[in-house]
Design a protein around this ligand. Structure first.
Ligand code: FAD
Length: 400
């Protein structure tokens, strides 16, 4: 495996780096650096900023407005984005439904949906999970029954991330029960959230935030033209999307940035206390996570080298997902330990943009450190839980 960057790749990295350094919206940068949560408008504006530079479709083919970058260039881009502490890309449009539509959708669907997804003009959400169907997704109960030129949709989706902002939802629904395998007879539908019969109910998570929702469908009319690909083949399309999702969840470059930021903080005394670098136990734990992260980086680079030489990413994305989320959560724990008592939400007001970073240990505002710790318990559950990924690795990677 050769991990040396060519002269062209080095020039590419310099170009991306310079744009993030010189043109990245200053107000968003300040919020990110101080740990102030991103609002819908910030996320949309950031993605539109990427779009203006032609970078929104980092993984998309050129014919649909994508960059056409090589796997190494995509890797460099993700690294530079993390190093700039840029907000995460909301994955549902650009990383999930977009690739499904350009791969399996009709020409009309491509024309109708892809430009708006690329320009982040429309907010999408993902309707896979149901109250009784998560890991065992094929047991989903939402039904779409054909009635002339439309389907009638009934059922409930749950854990729908940021569904409160969504204009559209892509979902899996059962269109037939007369099947040999449960994975058959499931279809991939695109549904306008303003259609009568769609209700979005909030679910408040442990850190007190509304990030997920329940979405209920009662006799919702979905035009036949919103079926993606063939009826009953949604499982195949949905699986492609999950592989994209898993590789993104690993977030290796972001972990590298966060860990380096934490190591930098260990050298400074805060509130008159000795610097963390004098706490040998803490530094030993920090070093152990750094070693794990380094090993993960090499796994990612090995996958990258395989993709660069023309192989499709396969079940190895499950390894990246498991290890990537374990490292993320280990970093969350280190930040929490570093901030200690000050991470507790009731100890102090959340920091504002005027607060002085020299006064805290953590990811910007210390209070955010604990909220993030609680919020990111999700990482080992969503995108297919880590236990399920281990089953996939056992079967498809180790051949057990
Ligand atoms: C914050 C958050 C955001 C999410 N966002 C979305 C979203 O936007 N859209 C969407 O569709 N879904 C979303 N999900 C749902 C997510 O994909 C599911 O939670 C996940 O697939 C697990 O399903 P479940 O919650 O029903 O748990 P279950 O499937 O009931 O699992 C419960 C436990 O049993 C374990 N388990 C289950 N089966 C096995 C097995 N065969 N072998 C070993 N262990 C097993 C699991 O690992 C887990 O620990 C989100 C979830 C969270 C937490």
């Amino acid at each position: 495996m050769d991990v040396t960057l060519s002269d062209e790749d080095l020039a590419f990295r310099e170009e991306i780096h310079a744009v993030f350094r010189d043109e990245f919206p200053d107000d968003i940068r300040r919020k990110r650096d101080k740990g102030v949560p991103m609002e819908r408008g910030d996320l949309v504006r950031f993605q539109q900023w990427l779009h203006e530079r032609g970078w929104a479709g980092a993984n998309w083919p050129v014919e649909y407005g994508g960059t056409g970058w090589t796997p190494v260039q995509k890797y460099i881009f993700a690294t530079e984005m993390a190093e700039a502490n840029a907000p995460p890309i909301v994955p549902f449009g650009l990383s999930m439904v977009g690739p499904v539509i350009y791969t399996f959708g009709s020409e009309e669907q491509k024309k109708r949906f892809l430009p708006d997804i690329l320009a982040s003009k429309v907010w999408w959400c993902q309707g896979y999970s149901e109250p009784g169907a998560g890991s065992d997704l094929a047991s989903l109960k939402t039904r779409a029954e054909l009635a002339g030129d439309h389907y009638v949709l009934n059922g409930t989706k749950t854990w729908t991330t940021l569904g409160q902002h969504a204009d559209w939802i892509f979902l899996l629904a059962r269109t037939s029960t007369d099947v040999a395998r449960r994975q058959e007879g499931i279809s991939f539908l695109l549904v306008d959230m303003t259609t009568p019969g769609v209700t979005v109910n909030p679910i408040i998570t442990i850190e007190g935030d509304r990030e997920v929702n329940e979405v209920v469908f009662e006799d919702v009319k979905v035009p036949l033209e919103n079926l993606v690909g063939e009826e009953g083949k949604g499982w195949t399309y949905g699986k492609v999307l999950l592989q994209h999702e898993r590789a993104n969840i690993a977030a290796v470059a972001i972990s590298r940035f966060r860990l380096r930021r934490l190591r930098d903080q260990t050298t400074k005394p805060v509130r008159g206390a000795a610097p963390l670098s004098e706490d040998r136990n803490f530094m030993r734990k920090l070093a152990a996570v750094e070693v794990d992260l380094r090993a993960l980086e090499y796994t990612e680079l090995r996958t990258l080298a395989a993709v660069q030489s023309g192989k499709a990413p396969g079940p190895e994305s499950s390894i990246l997902k498991v290890k990537g989320t374990e490292v993320q959560q280990a970093i969350d724990t280190l930040y929490l330990e570093a901030a200690g008592y000050y991470a507790l939400p009731y100890v102090q007001e959340q920091y504002t943009l005027d607060a002085d970073p020299a006064e805290w240990v953590g990811e910007g505002a210390e209070t955010q450190t604990s909220l993030k710790y609680f919020n990111f318990r999700k990482a080992s559950i969503y995108g297919g839980s880590n236990e399920i990924q281990k089953n996939i690795i056992a079967k498809h990677v180790l051949g057990l």
